[in-house]
Write a protein that binds this ligand. Structure first.
Ligand SMILES: NC(=O)c1ccc[n+]([C@@H]2O[C@H](COP(=O)([O-])OP(=O)(O)OC[C@H]3O[C@@H](n4cnc5c(N)ncnc54)[C@H](OP(=O)(O)O)[C@@H]3O)[C@@H](O)[C@H]2O)c1
Length: 212
């Protein structure tokens, strides 16, 4: 069994649709209490863990950076320590917000980071917290996630497009719209490969899946 943190989010919902996973909602594991996450892993003893839960309110994070950091950094760190104790892999989702937003070409996994806001800092701290453990792990950086479920840019544009003749949209941001279902499938593939011992940190398998 693969244990997934998250139940209602875009990626977690798609993981549930693909099957073969146990979804842990906020009611069973609140990431603002990192020890709860570690206990859930140690209790379930899964073959792999996927973290699809996160504090994703980018603007609100400016006022709640401590909470965002607990959820996006301390909780994944606690998950990774529990995974290391059980010798099982952790697959974690990160973001293009770990970069400084400059340039207009895709970034590689080793590109310098430099988050510009509280959300980006919390997600980068999460990456580091996982790397600081001995857990086998993969970190997938993605951007502009969309799906039929939840709030996202694509759905907002479709809704506004149906009710207005013209739309005003910022033109100074570039991103890679990424279907939640593709992320879910990638997470399952990587988790399965790592659980079978076919990948390791730094392996081209995980590096090639970096999608920002
Ligand atoms: N959305 C994007 O455009 C985007 C872009 C780049 C990277 N990412 C990353 O991709 C991953 C998945 O994003 P998503 O779009 O699927 O997110 P999402 O739809 O915003 O869902 C976030 C999930 O995290 C859960 N969550 C939040 N706080 C929690 C807490 N304290 N305890 C337990 N669960 C909590 C939410 O549960 P509740 O429903 O209970 O709040 C929800 O299930 C995240 O790591 C995110 O940082 C997203």
């Amino acid at each position: 069994m693969i244990l997934v943190f998250g139940k209602t989010g875009q990626v977690a919902t798609e993981l549930g649709r693909l099957g073969g996973v146990t979804l842990l909602g906020r009611d069973r594991a609140d990431l603002s209490d990192p020890q709860t996450c570690a206990t859930a892993i140690l209790h379930a003893r899964p073959r792999a863990v996927i973290n699809a839960a996160a504090y994703t309110a980018v603007d609100r994070a400016e006022e709640e950076e401590a909470l965002a950091t607990r959820i996006n950094a301390e909780a994944p760190g606690a998950m990774a320590r529990a995974c290391a104790a059980l010798d099982i892999p952790l697959v974690h989702i990160s973001t293009d917000y770990v970069f400084d937003g400059s340039g207009d070409i895709p970034r590689g996994p080793e590109a310098p980071t430099g988050p510009l806001n509280a959300y980006g800092r919390s997600k980068l701290a999460g990456e580091q917290a996982i790397r600081d453990t001995h857990a086998t792990h993969a970190i997938l950086r993605t951007s502009w996630v969309f799906s039929a479920h939840g709030a996202n840019f694509v759905k907002t544009m479709l809704r506004l497009g149906a009710s207005r003749d013209t739309l005003s949209v910022v033109a100074d941001q570039t991103g890679g719209p990424t279907p939640a279902t593709a992320i879910a499938q990638a997470c399952l593939t990587v988790a399965g490969q790592l659980a079978e011992g076919k990948g390791s940190p730094g392996n081209p398998l995980t590096r090639g899946l970096n999608s920002e």
